[in-house]
Design a binder for this molecule. Structure first.
Ligand SMILES: Nc1ncnc2c1ncn2[C@@H]1O[C@H](COP(=O)(O)OP(=O)(O)OP(=O)(O)O)[C@@H](O)[C@H]1O
Ligand SMILES: [Mg+2]
Length: 261
């Protein structure tokens, strides 16, 4: 039995994941209280620190978008869909286990679907966090920026680009030179991230292809573990990618169903 301490602007409260409580459960809760510390409230996940030093990611039912419409690139929570957290975690677990089989380093330790939680190794992000995007077809922000030269849906050869996690400035794209100059990523680190990104996106693309879907683009986050190793962190769910089937965009929840059923 797990429970979570949620922090809002004015309150701290305990969020029980099961309604009926027995003394034993209350005891366990107190144990849990001591063991888990909320360290970050994100838009779609909360991050807790566990007693053993690992992190626990709690997947929420909030998804990013604007005015009730889902948009993986958006910087605001647009809507809440029941079961979205668990669906995102299921897909994340599926992909992280595939990456493990492919010997690609990630932060993944294990996942509890029922509780919508994933245990991960803590990582330090680059700067205040960067996102690495891999594109196979021109859609989304690529098309908005380069529409003068690119056609919608035009094939792109696993094109990699980096954006800064900076909500205030709408996650601006940043070049390899600027990343180096601003001390966010060295040229060598950039090369390593780019290669990892293309390998990981390739694994995801192949898995989608097995279900007759095509990956158009996907975004990842990376971090450095205590021993210095660069690994994939965060999640790989429908909310991080655009997938199409016979030219039709597939919503994140549907993507989870197509992939896992
Ligand atoms: N292994 C890890 N170590 C440290 N931080 C992590 C790890 N995995 C994920 N994170 C961070 O945990 C947070 C998860 O919360 P969430 O996905 O809601 O992020 P957010 O930054 O608020 O929103 P968005 O991802 O849309 O920008 C992110 O800031 C992510 O960088
Ligand atoms: Mg996120």
């Amino acid at each position: 039995m797990l429970f979570f301490i949620e922090r809002t602007k004015n309150n701290i409260f305990i969020n029980f994941s099961k309604k009926i409580m027995h003394n034993k459960i209350v005891e366990k809760m107190i144990e849990g209280l001591i063991q888990m510390k909320l360290i970050y409230t994100g838009k779609t996940k909360n991050v807790y620190e566990l007693e053993d030093g690992n992190y626990l990611l709690k997947f929420k039912d909030d998804v990013t978008g604007e005015d009730g419409v889902f948009d993986p690139g958006a910087n605001t929570v647009g809507l809440t869909i029941e079961g979205a957290g668990r669906a995102g975690l299921k897909l994340t677990k599926f992909f992280f286990e595939k990456l493990k089989e492919a010997n690609i380093p990630t932060h993944y330790v294990d996942a509890d679907i029922e509780e919508a939680t994933m245990t991960v190794k803590p990582a330090e992000v680059f700067g205040e966090g960067v996102e690495v995007i891999c594109r196979y077809r021109a859609v989304g922000s690529f098309l908005r920026r380069y529409g003068k030269y690119a056609e919608e849906g035009q094939p792109l050869d696993a094109f990699v680009e980096v954006t800064l996690k900076d909500d205030e400035r709408q996650d601006p794209p940043i070049s390899e030179d600027a990343l180096d100059m601003l001390g966010i990523l060295s040229k060598n680190e950039y090369r390593e991230l780019k290669e990892l990104t293309q390998r990981i996106a390739g694994v995801v693309k192949d898995e989608l292809a097995k279900k007759e879907m095509e990956l158009y683009d996907i975004k990842f986050e990376f971090g450095r573990l205590k021993d210095g190793q660069i690994v994939l962190i965060d999640e790989i769910s429908g909310g991080n990618m655009r997938a199409y089937k016979q030219g039709e965009y597939i919503e994140p929840l549907q993507l989870e169903r197509f992939m896992l059923q």
